[in-house]
Write a protein that binds this ligand. Structure first.
Ligand code: PLP
Length: 485
């Protein structure tokens, strides 16, 4: 009887019983709507089209061709099976030397060969997801914080925070200057964290940006390096979309500023790059993530930690051959940029025909679409309302700006590289029909330039724990499990 009154001990950990992953979110309704009723051109032509997935499927044919003409690169073919035993036995957490060499070469190539990368600094992890967590474990303690410019990839709330106990402090960027990151915004966020007694350990940037599809220019990168050096905090540069740039201005890696712009005082020990082959090569399933740190201690610690998320040696072996094939890599990158650019133009043109504007961009696998005119009120509640209409009536799953911590309601991310031309046509037709039906609210007002912002409802420090479009969807048994970013 006495036992009945005693407090029951907690059987599981706080992590296991908490909601740090963020899967209990109303935003997942979009995934569910797609999951329950996925579009198929013949079997289900009225189903939901998935446009919430930052996946690059436009160049799969080039990779398939390469695999067919290089059967010895795989250990599961008659031509390659002699390597099977050695590769299946390989378990060194440094990784296959040829793989690290191939990745270092690929990273240089995607940065126009203006910088080189040392294969001995390449550390593997399970995708950029794992790379972010390992890097965070190396740089910060529970309770410490990273500054992150908004809008940002929702998965960061999980990757940097969930198991590490680290916090994220938003650096608010606004549409009035195309969401450009400024020194003032950085200072404001840093100061605010100080007032809240939060110790800032680093700044996390994404270049090119998800969800904006824009690249950071040289002056901004210089400002960032100067800022982190002055504050003695780390810089993590997520460059996962490096090779998705399809038009000018070109991509500038933080590595270039560090190597070339020697007039800037910056302690190299503070700079770390996170990379992955999920977007540039379209291999999210291979889980190839890379930490490239200029800090020896971080390289050593991250390498030890990489035991928890190594890339399979079979994958390393295949990629060692592919990434060291200079002719293929050159052709692949050129063709990929061409196809992404074409897709971008088709989409922006189609949206423009019904007066929908997007933030001008030149990278990524998505558009940052401005639907502020369609909101009943300039609030996040109205954004959610519109989003539900888009999912249930227009039957496309796009992602609302709130889930990217955007400071202004009315922006939506639309992914366009995870589908074929036919699905593009259908989705544009649906958008046209919807907009024309609601044309009173949508007809472009010549007096109003798209950049004009509605009253800004700044939501500094507002936290959307809902990780909506993040990899590893929480929907149980869903086919989206491997396809949610
Ligand atoms: C900016 C950014 N970083 C990291 C990731 C995670 O990538 P990965 O599949 O390599 O874990 C994503 C995925 O969408 C992303 O957009």
């Amino acid at each position: 009887m006495g036992m009945m009154n005693m407090e029951q001990p907690q059987l599981l950990s706080k992590i296991a019983t908490g909601n740090g992953h963020g899967e209990d979110s109303p935003y997942f309704d979009g995934w569910k709507a797609y999951d329950e009723n996925p579009y198929h051109p013949t079997n289900n032509p009225h189903g939901v089209i998935q446009m919430g997935l930052a996946e690059n499927q436009l160049t799969a044919d080039l990779v398939e061709e390469w695999v067919m003409s290089n059967p010895e690169a795989s250990i599961c073919t008659p031509e390659g099976v002699l390597d099977f035993k050695a590769i299946a036995n390989f378990q060194d957490y440094h990784g296959l030397p040829e793989f690290r060499k191939g990745v270092a070469k690929f990273m240089a190539k995607t940065r126009g060969n203006r910088v080189t990368f040392d294969p001995d600094r390449i550390v593997m992890s399970g995708g950029a997801t794992g790379a972010h967590e390992v890097t965070t474990f190396c740089l910060a303690d529970p309770g410490d914080a990273f500054l992150v410019p908004t809008p940002y990839y929702p998965g960061f709330d999980r990757d940097l925070r969930w198991r590490t106990g680290v916090q994220l402090v938003p650096v608010v960027c606004e549409s009035s200057n195309n969401f450009k990151l400024t020194r003032q915004a950085l200072e404001d966020a840093y100061e605010k964290a100080g007032q809240d007694n939060i110790r800032v350990k680093g700044l996390l940037i994404t270049n090119p940006s998800n969800p904006l599809g824009t690249v950071l220019d040289r002056p901004t990168l210089r400002t960032i390096l100067t800022f982190i050096n002055e504050k003695r905090i780390h810089l993590v540069s997520d460059e996962i979309y490096a090779a998705t740039v399809f038009s000018h201005p070109g991509f500038i890696s933080i590595a270039e500023i560090l190597e070339e712009e020697t007039d800037i005082q910056c302690d190299r020990d503070l700079v770390h790059i996170v990379y992955s082959l999920s977007k540039d090569m379209g291999f999210p399933g291979f889980r190839v993530g890379i930490i490239y740190s200029y800090n020896d201690k971080v390289v050593h610690c991250a390498r030890k930690m990489s035991s928890f998320g190594l890339v399979s040696s079979q994958t390393q072996h295949l990629l060692a051959s592919m990434l060291n094939d200079d002719e293929f890599v050159g052709r692949f990158l050129a063709e990929s940029a061409k196809r992404l650019g074409e897709r971008y133009r088709v989409f922006t043109k189609g949206l423009g025909q019904v007066g929908i504007k997007c933030l001008p961009s030149n990278a990524g696998l998505f558009l940052w679409m401005d639907l502020r005119r369609l909101l009943k009120k300039p609030t996040f509640e109205a954004e959610m309302e519109l989003w539900r209409v888009i999912i249930h009536e227009v039957k496309i799953n796009v992602s609302p700006g709130a889930s990217f911590h955007c400071s202004e309601p009315g922006w939506f991310r639309v992914c366009y590289a995870n589908m074929d031309d036919e699905a593009v046509k259908v989705s544009l037709q649906r958008i046209h029909t919807f907009v024309l039906k609601n044309k009173d609210v949508v007809v472009p007002d010549k007096k109003r330039c798209w950049q004009d912002s509605l009253r800004l409802s700044l939501i500094k420090n507002r936290r959307f724990d809902d990780i909506m479009m993040s990899p590893h969807s929480p929907i149980p048994h869903s086919p989206l499990v491997n396809a949610t970013n």
